[in-house]
Design a protein around this ligand. Structure first.
Ligand SMILES: [Zn+2]
Length: 242
């Protein structure tokens, strides 16, 4: 059994930003306030756009224009750097999950994964040849399964996870989901849900206001994830206009 700790988010971007800032020449001459206008852009904007050309493509939050703003307000290049750093935040998303051989799981999780693997047999995947099965255990004890269904019009097909989640919402909305397993055939590695399915898993978790366990099977091993929220940091939240 392995405990895996993932850390991702803006840290890398932050370091790249730091490196780029280090390249600001100390003796860089500060243009007069605003420079002079050329087609709506000041000269200082123009210079900084060139200097931070690579930054624009790597960090959408700190583009050349915002750097130019810092630069124009600051009295020295060092002050510009300090101001820019003060406005930055480094945020982390961390989560841990367990990866374990299928045999070592508790019997109820083992059973659920077995059902997901079996459900691969009901997939309709003549185009991709990648069959996926999903299984859900509800609070009532019921286990339900589904599989991916492809269409001749490719986008019209649906993943196993969403096929099952929509069925659950339609027929078992008041029976909370306790655990959700996903498996594939072939199964070269742990089968992870696509982005759309991660959103719908999270929708389901939000509706029932209680996390459910996610078990992702592949090549004899299972990733056990404590909550759908871990699979989709910075998720979309719909706030209807009132
Ligand atoms: Zn999917």
């Amino acid at each position: 059994m392995q405990r895996i700790h993932l850390s991702f988010g803006s840290l890398k971007t932050h370091f790249e930003t730091v490196q780029v800032y280090e390249k600001i020449p100390e003796n860089y001459k500060i243009p007069k306030k605003g420079g002079f206008a050329v087609g709506g852009l000041s000269v200082s904007h123009y210079l900084w756009s060139n200097l931070f050309g690579c930054l624009r493509s790597r960090n959408p939050f700190l583009n050349a224009r915002s750097v130019a703003r810092f630069r124009q307000r600051a009295k020295t290049p060092q002050a510009a750097r300090n101001q820019a750093f003060k406005s930055m935040k480094t945020l982390h998303f961390d989560f841990e999950y367990i990866e374990a051989p299928w045999e070592s799981l508790p019997s109820d999780d083992r059973e659920l994964v077995a059902q997901a693997r079996q459900a691969c047999g009901t997939a309709y995947a003549p185009y991709s040849g990648f069959r996926v099965g999903a299984a859900a255990r509800l609070a009532s004890g019921q286990i339900l399964t589904a599989s991916n269904q492809e269409s001749e019009v490719f986008p019209s097909g649906i993943c196993a996870e969403r096929a099952l989640l929509y069925y659950l919402q339609a027929h078992h909305a008041n029976d909370p989901l306790l655990a959700f397993a996903v498996a594939s055939d072939p199964s070269p590695r742990i089968c992870t849900p696509c982005g759309a399915c991660r959103q719908v898993l999270l929708d389901c978790e939000k509706r029932q206001a209680k996390p459910f366990r996610i078990l992702l099977y592949g090549d004899g091993r299972v990733a056990c994830i404590a909550s759908a929220a871990h699979l989709l940091p910075l998720s979309f939240t719909f706030d209807p206009v009132k």
